[in-house]
Design a protein around this ligand. Sequence first.
Ligand SMILES: NC(=O)c1ccc[n+]([C@@H]2O[C@H](COP(=O)([O-])OP(=O)(O)OC[C@H]3O[C@@H](n4cnc5c(N)ncnc54)[C@H](O)[C@@H]3O)[C@@H](O)[C@H]2O)c1
Length: 445
Amino acid sequence: MAAVIASRGHLVMGFDVNDRAVEAINQGRTPVAETGLAELIRANSERLQATSNLAEAVLRSDVTFVVVPTPSDANGGFSLQHAAVAFEGIGRALAGKSEYHLIVLTSTVLPGATRFGLLPILEAAAGKRCGDDFGLCYGPELIALGSVIQDLLNPDFKLVGQFDQRSGDGLEALYGSILVNGAPCSRMTIENAELTKIALNSYVTTKISFANMLAELCERIPGGDIDVVSGALGRDARIGRRYLTGALGYGGPCFPRDNHALSFLARELGVNAHLAEATEAVNDAIVGQIVERLGLEIDSGTRVAILGLAYKPGTPVVEASQAVSLARALAAAGAEVVAFDPLGGDEARRELGSEVLVVDTLHECVSDAEIIMITSPDPAFQGLGAEDLAADKTTVIVVDFWRILDPEAMTDRRIEYRAVGKSVNDGANSDRLLALWGLSFAESS
Ligand SMILES: NC(=O)c1ccc[n+]([C@@H]2O[C@H](COP(=O)([O-])OP(=O)(O)OC[C@H]3O[C@@H](n4cnc5c(N)ncnc54)[C@H](O)[C@@H]3O)[C@@H](O)[C@H]2O)c1
């Protein structure tokens, strides 16, 4: 955010409790891995600085965005511990500032957290009142790792949860100067914005779990093909094609916890949480069902290759990754699991320890594998052919969760190809439907 805002001509002063992040920014380096970020920081270093002195950052700026972690707590909500520290520090700085200042909370929180959890800390530390002396907004970012810069500059819309008109006007004007695509602002109360933010992610997870249920159904009907079904479904303007692919479940730092937090909120407020809970239950069951669903025999020592460990392509992040859970589950079932990811190898090694061998090349990963699972639609795996996967083998099972391989290339006699979401055994699937419908017809006639 700091680099993107600087790239649009603003002077930005970052503050972080982590001195390494401050140092990196001041040396023109990126403290985190993200597409295009190193270049953006370098190109805008004259407008982008960082400090370890929060008061300095507040005194020398007009607006403060608070983007600290809000980790999931034991109840399923979001912890405000870091945000509370930040708000107290900002409040102390505001005590010594005479000009109006706008504070924008960007971190993901649940409804009520900003106004009832954090604002009192700010007002007490500042000895001032919100609305009179300073403004407050909830302004989350609707971004995805790997495309953060693009998403920040070209969102579908911006959410502005405003304490009052003046606060919202300030944030909308600032967004207007940052956005490239002139996206509209949806302005609302702070609580409505807090709910909208997690509702967005929760809705997408619902769509993913729904598509994964359809994919499983497709595997059990003759000629079943999730791409055909979701391609047609997606043409309906009420539905849309995105997130209907039907493959592995969702993962990463946001989707699972946001949906989980929505169900926590619903329960706490006496609202039925079944829908969000069902979405999560479907997602959590996927890894456990895979081996059974695909009819794979995993004997002790079966060598299984996993291609893709990050929770999605284009990022090294393995947090809540379905592929990591799958690797772990297969290892626990006795398989000898070897895995590769173009970006996430180091993070996966730290996460998986000695349970799974994470290797540095695709070739090393697949060379002796009896089963190869392609768990990510990463472009690095898209063009793989028979020689890449079956060289020096008499037989190999290839499981393609995202159906990214060319089916023609998989007709090689050494390869048993399983595309997830497509009927594997039309004969057995026909028999199952015959048993269902033939019987009911016989009964009714
Ligand atoms: N990563 C995403 O794609 C994404 C998307 C939407 C929303 N969010 C939300 O944004 C928030 C931040 O997420 P993130 O991924 O950037 O987290 P992160 O852990 O990568 O980075 C947070 C930074 O905050 C710093 N920090 C911690 N306490 C601080 C304090 N008191 N004062 C100043 N700095 C402090 C940390 O040192 C770290 O550099 C979370 O609420 C998250 O849910 C993240």
